[in-house]
Design a protein around this ligand. Structure first.
Ligand code: UDP
Ligand code: MG
Length: 343
């Protein structure tokens, strides 16, 4: 896939009442037990996009709600032309819900937001407009975030700093769901676990141009948050995954092999030293802690090294099984034929 077809003007054709053949913008909203918010949310998205003359669709993904959200979405989707409801079989989590939304979105621009009215749909035209400046991803920044200071704002501030320094993408607010993307970028991203928070970092690994803009944020009016403090720890684990992927995805041997060799070399040297003591000087080495260290280092070294080789094989399977190139083409200039092949 290439960025070529969306170079230059984005196809913001005007289709006054948002009736969709193939929309320009898909607004993807994961929904888990947000029944009170849904009608207002959909109305608000429609009112912010219709006057701007944007051809849009709303893709609401019901993530196994048990409060009647699914029935409401079903009903609304059969009466509105601008709404697509994707009902998942059970609750899979926000990342999976977003991924389902991405797979059903047909627009060349994708906007994501939460279904609890905390994000403000009136910001959407601005986020989309920003893409036209040449960005592939525009991330919202909840500059005046309306959440609890101690349990939400503080952990989030620390997490943002940490994520920024590990991933190299400097954003103020990774956790903000309100973002706009070029669709080609989204379709290049594979989401697992709870990695939706790291979409900018994953996009950065794919070579995307990223920026952020301040957006509005409101306190939750209905229902309650689906997350607690435990999220902070999960974010830390996910961060290690991302850090590894960013640096070593295509060359795992460089990290495992290096540590393996160092450990193996130290173990061997200690072993030689102990052998000399034993054979050359007749000293007893059987009860020396150094012997244990030498053996542990040796075995660890061999294991890390072979682990690196296995990781190399896995990585190759990962890329080759899905025809996933190890590079991303932004554009190809001239030579039409080549362009078609690269896509
Ligand atoms: N959500 C979801 N599946 C889940 C948890 C959350 O689809 O398992 C949705 C939820 O309905 C909301 C969005 O993800 O639209 C963000 O969740 P929430 O508002 O609880 O997160 P917070 O704003 O508190 O960080
Ligand atoms: Mg929320």
């Amino acid at each position: 896939m290439t960025f070529l077809q969306s170079e230059g003007q984005l196809p913001l054709s005007s289709d006054r009442n948002g009736a969709i053949s193939k929309p320009d913008i898909s607004v993807v909203v994961p929904i888990y037990n947000e029944v009170e918010s849904i009608p207002r949310l959909i109305e608000a998205i429609a009112t912010s996009l219709q006057p701007a003359g944007l051809a849009y669709e709303i893709v609401c993904v019901d993530d196994g709600s048990s409060d009647g959200s699914s029935d409401l979405l079903r009903q609304l989707a059969s009466s509105r032309t601008d709404l697509q409801a994707v009902i998942l079989r059970r609750n899979y989590g926000q990342t999976a819900a977003m991924s389902a939304g991405f797979n059903h979105a047909r627009g060349s621009i994708i906007v994501t937001m939460d279904g609890d009215l905390q994000n403000d749909p009136t910001d959407i035209p601005m986020l989309v407009g920003k893409l036209e400046e040449g960005y592939d991803l525009v991330s919202g920044w909840r500059k005046h975030r309306q959440d609890d200071a101690l349990t939400r704002l503080l952990p989030s501030k620390l997490a943002n700093m940490l994520i920024g320094s590990v991933t190299g993408v400097k954003l103020h607010d990774y956790g903000c769901s309100l973002k706009s993307y070029r669709a080609e970028l989204v379709h290049d991203l594979n989401l697992y676990g709870e990695l939706h928070r790291f979409l900018p970092a994953l996009a950065f690994i794919e070579g995307a141009r990223i920026t952020e803009v301040p957006v509005r944020h409101h306190a939750r009016q209905f229902g309650k948050s689906k997350y607690g403090l435990g999220r902070t720890f999960r974010v830390l684990m996910d961060l290690s995954t991302i850090a590894f992927m960013k640096k070593f995805l295509t060359k795992p041997m460089h990290v495992f092999g290096l540590f393996g060799l160092v450990s193996l070399a130290l173990g061997t040297l200690l072993g030689i030293y102990l052998t000399i003591l034993k054979l050359g000087f007749g000293q007893a080495i059987g009860d020396r802690p150094l012997l244990i260290l030498a053996v542990v280092l040796f075995i660890t070294g061999v294991q890390l090294f072979s682990f690196g080789l296995l990781a190399e094989l896995l990585m190759r399977t990962y890329h080759e099984s899905q025809n996933r190139p190890i590079y991303r083409v932004r554009e190809v200039v001239g030579a039409e034929e080549t362009t078609a092949k690269e896509a």
